[in-house]
Design a protein around this ligand. Structure first.
Ligand code: PEP
Length: 267
C-alpha cells in the first residue's frame, strides 16, 4: 500500500517566524491526531516547501519532527556561472529531501519548457549523492480540458521526462497532477475528475513498468482544503496532495493532515 504524502507549496510566501511557527504547529497537531489513532504513529508523510531563503531553517527546525523539507525549484546544472540558481548539492547539504519540478507557475510565468523540466529531473537522477526526490508537476489548462485534450497534454508532459530519463528513474519520484484551472482559483477538480486523470497516469506508467506504476505516489493539487481533502484522497489512485494556499496556515494544513489520518484509519 502506498503511503500518503501531504505536501505544502508555500510559493513566495512566508518569513522566518512563519517557518518556525508553521512547522511546530503542524507537527504538534499531526502528532496529537496520530497519538489518538489506532496506529499510534504518523502513517503518512508530511512535506513543506518554503521559499529558498528559509529551507535551511526549515530543515533544522524539522530535524526531530516527522516533516520533510523540499525546494520549489532547482538548477539543472551542477555548479558554475549561473547567477541566481541553486544546485541539488546545495539543497541536499542544507537538508532538503524533495524538489518540485515543473510547477505550472514555473512553466507559465518563467517559461520552463518540458525539455528544461526533463533536464532538471535527469539532474536529480544523476546526482545520487544528493538523493533528492523529484516531484514532477503536470496538468492541463482550462482550454486544454474544454477542448478534450487533458490526457494528451498530461501524457506529453510525462513523455518529455520519460523519454529523457527512462521509466526506471521514476522508482524514486512523485507525480503531482495539478489541473492549472484549479490552482489558486478555489475551484477544485471533483474527486471523479481527479481520479480519472490519476488512473490515466498510472495506466500509462503501468504500460512501461508495472512495479513502478504500483509504487509511485501520484498526488493531487488544486485548491485542496480540509473540507475536500478526505474525499479526494479516498480515490483509488490519489495518494495525497500538493497544497498551495491552504498550506500557509497551521489550522488549514493540519485540517488536511487530520483528514488524511482519518482516511487511513477508516480503510
Ligand atoms: C499549488 O500551488 O501547487 C496549488 C495546488 O495551489 P492551491 O492549493 O492554492 O490551489
Amino acid at each position: 500500500m502506498r503511503r500518503f504524502l501531504v505536501a505544502g507549496n508555500w510559493k513566495m510566501h512566508g518569513s522566518s517566524e512563519m517557518t518556525a511557527d508553521l512547522i511546530s504547529g503542524v507537527a504538534r497537531r499531526a502528532f496529537d491526531a496520530a497519538r489518538l489513532s489506532e496506529q499510534k504513529e504518523l502513517s503518512y508523510d508530511i512535506l513543506v516547501c518554503p521559499p529558498a531563503p528559509y529551507l535551511g531553517q526549515a530543515a533544522n527546525h524539522s530535524e526531530s519532527l516527522p516533516i520533510a523539507v523540499g525546494a520549489q525549484n532547482v538548477s539543472q546544472h551542477e555548479s558554475g556561472a549561473f547567477t541566481g540558481e541553486v544546485s541539488l548539492a546545495m539543497l541536499s547539504e542544507i537538508g532538503c529531501e524533495y524538489v518540485l519540478l515543473g510547477h505550472s507557475e514555473r512553466r507559465e510565468l518563467f517559461g520552463e519548457s518540458d525539455t528544461l523540466i526533463a533536464e532538471k529531473f535527469a539532474a536529480c537522477v544523476a546526482n545520487s549523492s544528493a538523493s533528492i526526490v523529484p516531484v514532477l508537476c503536470i496538468g492541463e489548462t482550462l482550454e486544454d480540458r474544454q477542448s478534450g485534450d487533458t490526457e494528451a497534454v498530461v501524457e506529453a508532459q510525462l513523455d518529455a521526462v520519460i523519454n529523457k530519463v527512462g521509466i526506471a528513474a521514476f522508482d524514486n519520484a512523485v507525480i503531482a497532477y495539478e489541473p492549472v484551472w484549479a490552482i489558486g482559483t478555489g475551484e477544485t477538480a471533483s474527486p471523479e475528475q481527479a481520479q480519472e486523470v490519476h488512473a490515466f497516469i498510472r495506466a500509462k506508467l503501468n504500460g512501461l513498468d508495472s512495479a513502478i506504476a504500483d509504487k509511485i505516489r501520484i498526488v493531487y493539487g488544486g485548491s485542496v482544503k480540509p473540507s475536500n481533502a478526505g474525499e479526494l484522497f479516498a480515490q483509488k489512485d490519489i495518494d495525497g496532495g500538493l497544497i498551495g494556499g491552504a498550506s500557509l496556515d497551521v489550522d488549514s494544513f493540519s485540517g488536511i493532515c487530520e483528514a488524511t489520518q482519518k482516511l487511513i484509519e477508516n480503510t
